[in-house]
Write a protein that binds this ligand. Structure first.
Ligand SMILES: [Fe+2]
Length: 166
């Protein structure tokens, strides 16, 4: 994959990806889910750095795959509910991304590939390229249909309050 077109600012040495506004799609719920995916990749990065072993890394990868599937299902549901015109293309992208990560998992399980920094680089681009090139396109459309915008100024407590009583 070409990683020059879309790439967030370089991460600090302790993480693979530093969350920044460059990755925001402008919708609170989606940004929260994307941040969770970023956290999982950083967790995998730490596991490899700290040489926690293949089993630990594979367990995080399973978590990543499972959460990605849930997240994609949420995005696709929202697109259908809100009538997003590029739904078919976006769904195709999701299916391709899932196929790629399944292929990777198979290669790791069969020993054809090992969990390396090269693989982390692949996953970093796998996630950020999709967010910056595909997901950011639906942001304005979702907002125009009433999605809740990401509020930088709101504290975590404020966000929790809004989700409970808003
Ligand atoms: Fe997406």
């Amino acid at each position: 994959m070409n990683d020059t077109a879309a790439s967030p600012r370089p991460a600090s040495s302790s993480s693979l990806i530093d969350w920044s506004d460059d990755l925001s799609v402008g919708i609170q719920e989606i940004d929260d889910q994307h941040q969770f995916l970023v956290d999982l990749l950083n967790k995998l990065h730490r596991a490899i750095h700290q040489r926690q072993g293949k089993a630990a890394a594979q367990a995080i990868l399973v978590e990543l795959v499972d959460y990605t599937k849930i997240h994609f299902a949420v995005e696709e549901s929202l697109m259908r509910i809100l009538g997003y015109p590029s739904y078919d293309d976006h769904k195709e992208q999701h299916d391709h991304l899932i196929a790629e990560i399944h292929d990777l998992q198979e290669k790791l399980e069969s020993g054809k590939k090992s969990i390396t920094f090269e693989l982390l680089h692949f996953l970093r681009i796998w996630l950020t390229k999709h967010i910056m090139e595909e997901d950011q396109q639906y942001g304005p459309f979702f907002l125009s249909r009433g999605a809740v915008a990401t509020s930088e100024k709101k504290s975590i407590a404020g966000r929790l309050w809004s989700s409970l009583f808003g």
